[in-house]
Write a protein that binds this ligand. Structure first.
Ligand SMILES: [Zn+2]
Length: 419
């Protein structure tokens, strides 16, 4: 068996891992990079492509396979959301580039070839999918072939969140020959989730006290619904006062409908509610001009590259009463939010906007932190651990903590590891 890291080596974005045996060649994930300018070229001759979850850095390159039509495998919610995200990508990209080679029917072709399965048998190879936490429908992928067992974690979360259970390590293969693990937070230990949620509410309350606006840039998928649910419940329970709260993203709104129709992905408490993602205190708007200030706005894009989050950042950055709450630990180098946070200014149509609003990063992330990653390695006892999906500093920091328990690889892009 040979494992080739086609993308997501020593970086976050563009995840794709090839697993090749005598009889079979599969890809684990097929993602795009976060930087708008960069593009991936992955091999296309796979017998099957297994998608761990619907974030585009794991699934966004699938359109390039719409003519080859390999079997695609993943959970139902991953299929529904991936196809919706791909269609949105086609809409946005074709507005910017008349020569953009894909159309919405290419996304439909992906859906037609998608098998919703948790178990697949291919020539000489069996593949199992295991719940991974992280986002709705996310799976880890284990492969058994040629007497070797390999587990790819994809992005995963060990602890429960408000709406989703963490992964169940008990069902994962023990003492595998290799695990391919994300290292997003390989060097970071996070505060417990309840403390981070308290911190988040404290910042919101402080901004509400001074009648300011709160901008919460998020992904349309999962983080948007989780955030709206968190704020809706806090207002219902009196943790937060009544305030104008809006979501602005038609895509997020569509995904919220999928969530209401596919409650089985979520915690028991969510499943017991009739329409768990129908909010009482959070209103969906179609455009920023409908906002009645002061307000809390949950909107896309998550990194402030475009959409309502960029336009509100421009409108609200210069007022010190406003705040921006970032819940992702990672910001791509070219994102306006990164320079707004670190340099207190960002580029706008050739000029610069200076930032007086408070910008806080509270990492309510769905990734395992360093302690959880170490725990995972200790529990599974793999012969080899291959670190992907993390900057080199994060991967090295994790490597130092686990190299006594397991053989550690931090492969470069394109590197092949023979098992
Ligand atoms: Zn992810």
């Amino acid at each position: 068996m040979k494992i080739t890291i086609h993308g997501g080596a020593r970086e976050i974005g563009g995840s794709c891992i090839g697993v090749q045996t005598e009889d079979c060649k599969v890809a684990l994930d097929y993602g795009t990079k976060f930087e708008e300018s960069s593009h991936n070229q992955f091999p296309e001759d796979f017998d099957a492509v297994i998608i761990s979850h619907a974030h585009l850095d794991h699934s966004g390159q699938l359109l390039s396979l719409s003519k080859k039509k390999p079997v695609i495998v993943g959970s139902k919610i991953t299929r529904e959301v991936t196809v919706a995200l791909l269609k949105d990508m086609v809409k946005v990209q074709s507005q910017n580039d008349y020569n953009y080679p894909y159309f919405k029917h290419n996304a439909d072709a992906i859906k037609e070839h998608w098998w919703v399965r948790d178990y697949v048998a291919l020539p000489g190879m069996t593949i199992k999918l295991h719940p991974a936490g992280h986002v709705a429908g996310a799976r880890m992928i284990s492969i058994h072939s040629e007497d070797k067992e390999v587990l790819y974690t994809g992005d995963f979360c060990v602890h429960d969140s408000e709406i989703l259970k963490g992964c169940n390590t008990k069902t994962l293969p023990k003492k595998p020959d290799a695990i391919i693990v994300e290292s997003t937070y390989g060097g970071k230990v996070r505060s417990p989730r309840n403390e981070l949620v308290d911190q988040f509410f404290r910042h919101m309350l402080a901004t509400m006290d001074r009648k300011g606006n709160v901008l919460i840039p998020t992904f349309a998928f999962h983080r948007s619904q989780e955030m709206a649910k968190r704020i809706d419940d806090a207002m219902k329970n009196g943790v937060l006062p009544r305030y104008n709260v809006y979501t602005i993203s038609n895509l997020a709104n569509k995904i919220t409908d999928y969530f209401n129709q596919n409650k089985e992905c979520f915690t028991k408490m969510i499943q017991q509610q009739k329409q768990p993602f129908k909010y009482n205190h959070v209103q969906h708007l179609y455009r920023t001009s409908q906002i009645e200030e002061p307000a809390v706005v949950i909107c896309t894009s998550g990194f402030g590259h475009a959409g309502a989050s960029l336009s509100l950042l421009k409108d609200w950055a210069e007022d010190e009463n406003n705040s921006v709450l970032l819940t992702s630990g990672y910001l791509p180098p070219d994102s306006p939010l990164k320079s707004a946070k670190e340099e207190r200014k960002f580029r706008n149509n050739g000029g610069m906007i200076s930032v007086k609003a408070e910008i806080e990063q509270i990492e309510l992330s769905g990734h395992a932190d360093q302690l959880e990653l170490i725990q995972m390695v200790k529990k599974l006892k793999p012969k080899r651990t291959i670190l992907v999906h993390g900057d080199i500093e994060q991967a090295k920091a994790l490597s130092e903590k686990i190299e006594k328990i397991t053989e550690v690889w931090i492969p470069e892009k394109g590197e092949t590891i023979a098992m």
